[in-house]
Write a protein that binds this ligand. Structure first.
Ligand code: LRH
Ligand code: MN
Length: 386
C-alpha cells in the first residue's frame, strides 16, 4: 500500500450535517423514525457515532434556527465531550412567511433587513462556536416571468451580502451555495456557479463558492466547475449528496459513484485535500427512509472510496498520455484507478486509526441504535421545523 496515500486518507476530514439525523422527507410525507434526536445535543451525539466508527468526521455543521440553543459554548463543550467539534453555521432565510417573495433579494427593504439581521446573528453564533464558515443558501427567486426585476434582485443581493461580509472576523468566511431551481421555479437569484463566483469576487477573498452536487441541471459536468473554482482559489466547499433526477439529497456516491470519483480526481489533482487550500468537505443529505447514522457512515465511506481511487491515479502516466494526445491511454489510466477495489486499503487505513475495518458492522454491533430507541421516548423529534 502506498504509505503516502494511506496517510492522506487518514487525514481526510468530512463534516456532517446535523439535519441528517433528524426526520426529513418530501412534500408527500416525512416518515418519523424511532430514536431520532429531539435536540441539537442528541444530533451531535449521533454525529459523534459516525466519527467514532469512521475516524474522519470530527465536525458537525449546524443549521439555524433548527439547532438554536441557549448556550452555544455549552453545545460546543458537549461536542468536545463526544470527540467532535461544531463546524459550519448554515443560515435559514427560507422558512419564514415574510420570505415568500425572497429574503435578501426581497423588494421590501424591511424584509431584507430582517434577513440580514438573521445572517448577522449567525456570525454571532460563529463567534460562540469558533466556526470558520457561514454557509449561505438562499431560496430566493421568482416563479413567473415579470414577477420581479432580475437585475434589481442582484443589486439587492450584492448589497445584503456586503453588509454581512463586513461583519466577518479575520478567520471567518462566507461560503455561498448556488442552486438551479426549487423552491423557486423561474429564476433562482443564485442559480449557478458563475453567479455565485461573481458575488464572491465582488465581496473579497473571504468569500468562496459551495458546490452542492444536487444543485445542477441533469448532465452538467460538475468536475469542470470544481476544476475551474479550484483554479481561481474560490472553491469553499462541497455539499455532497447524490441524485437521479433533482435535488434528491440521497447518499453521496449512491446514484453516481463515477461522478464522485471524477470530482475527487480534480480535487486531488489541484491539491484540494490539503486543509490549507480551504475546501470544506461537507455532506448535505436526507435519510428519508433509511436509518440515519448508518446512512451517514455509508456516505463517509463512499467519499473515502472515491478519494482513495482518485489518489491512486497514476498521474505521471496520465500526464504523459495527455501530452502525447493518447486519448484512450489517458482515459484508461483513470478507468484503471476507478476499477480498482480500494476497500482493502481503506480497511488498513481504519486499522491504522485503531478502528474496526468495517464501520457499518462495528456500529451495528455497538448497540447504540437500540439504546437511543429505548432512551429517546417522548419529546418532539427533530426535523426541518424548529
Ligand atoms: C438547499 C440545501 C442547503 C441547505 C438545505 C438543507 O437545497 O442544499 O444547503 O441549507 O439544503
Ligand atoms: Mn446544500
Amino acid at each position: 500500500m502506498d504509505s503516502a496515500v494511506v496517510a492522506t486518507l487518514r487525514s481526510q476530514r468530512i463534516e456532517l450535517p446535523s439535519w441528517a439525523f433528524g426526520n426529513s422527507g418530501t412534500r408527500f410525507k416525512v416518515f418519523a423514525q424511532r430514536g431520532v434526536p429531539r435536540d441539537p445535543y442528541e444530533k451531535v451525539s449521533d454525529a459523534a457515532q459516525v466519527n467514532q466508527f469512521t475516524g474522519i468526521a470530527p465536525t458537525v455543521a449546524l443549521h439555524i434556527p433548527w439547532d438554536k440553543v441557549d448556550d452555544y459554548a455549552d453545545l460546543a463543550r458537549h461536542a468536545a465531550g463526544c470527540g467532535v467539534a461544531l463546524g459550519t453555521i448554515n443560515s435559514n432565510t427560507f422558512q419564514d412567511d415574510d420570505y415568500m417573495l425572497g429574503s435578501v433579494c426581497h423588494p421590501d427593504a424591511r424584509v431584507r433587513r430582517k434577513a440580514v439581521d438573521h445572517l448577522l446573528e449567525c456570525v454571532d453564533i460563529m463567534d460562540a462556536t469558533g466556526s470558520r464558515d457561514l454557509k449561505l443558501w438562499f431560496a430566493d427567486g421568482t416563479n413567473y416571468p415579470g414577477q420581479d426585476d432580475i437585475r434589481g434582485r442582484q443589486d439587492r443581493l450584492a448589497e445584503s451580502l456586503a453588509t454581512v461580509y463586513a461583519r466577518l472576523g479575520d478567520d471567518q468566511r462566507i461560503v455561498l451555495e448556488y442552486k438551479l431551481f426549487e423552491p423557486s421555479f423561474y429564476t433562482m437569484d443564485v442559480p449557478d456557479w458563475g453567479t455565485a463566483l461573481i458575488h464572491c469576487q465582488a465581496l473579497g477573498d473571504k468569500a468562496k463558492v459551495v458546490v452542492d452536487t444536487g444543485h445542477h441541471a441533469p448532465g452538467v459536468n460538475i468536475e469542470f466547475i470544481v476544476a475551474s473554482l479550484l483554479r481561481l482559489g474560490r472553491l469553499g466547499g462541497f455539499d455532497f449528496n447524490s441524485r437521479f433526477y433533482a435535488d434528491d439529497d440521497l447518499m453521496v456516491g449512491a446514484a453516481d459513484p463515477f461522478q464522485l470519483f471524477r470530482i475527487m480526481v480534480e480535487v486531488v489533482g489541484a491539491g484540494g485535500l490539503d486543509p490549507s487550500v480551504g475546501v470544506a468537505f461537507m455532506l448535505d443529505q436526507c435519510h428519508n427512509i433509511e436509518p440515519k447514522i448508518p446512512g451517514q457512515i455509508r456516505s463517509v465511506m463512499n467519499v473515502q472510496e472515491a478519494t482513495a481511487k482518485a489518489l491512486i491515479v497514476d498521474r505521471d502516466a496520465l500526464g504523459a498520455a495527455q501530452r502525447g494526445g493518447d486519448v484512450l491511454g489517458a482515459n484508461a489510466v483513470l478507468m484503471d484507478a476507478f476499477n480498482t477495489d480500494v476497500r482493502p486499503m481503506l480497511a488498513e487505513v481504519r486499522e491504522g486509526l485503531g478502528l474496526d475495518p468495517d464501520p457499518m458492522v462495528a456500529y451495528a454491533r455497538s448497540g447504540y441504535a437500540e439504546q437511543i430507541v429505548k432512551d429517546r421516548v417522548g419529546g418532539q423529534q427533530a426535523g426541518w421545523g424548529a
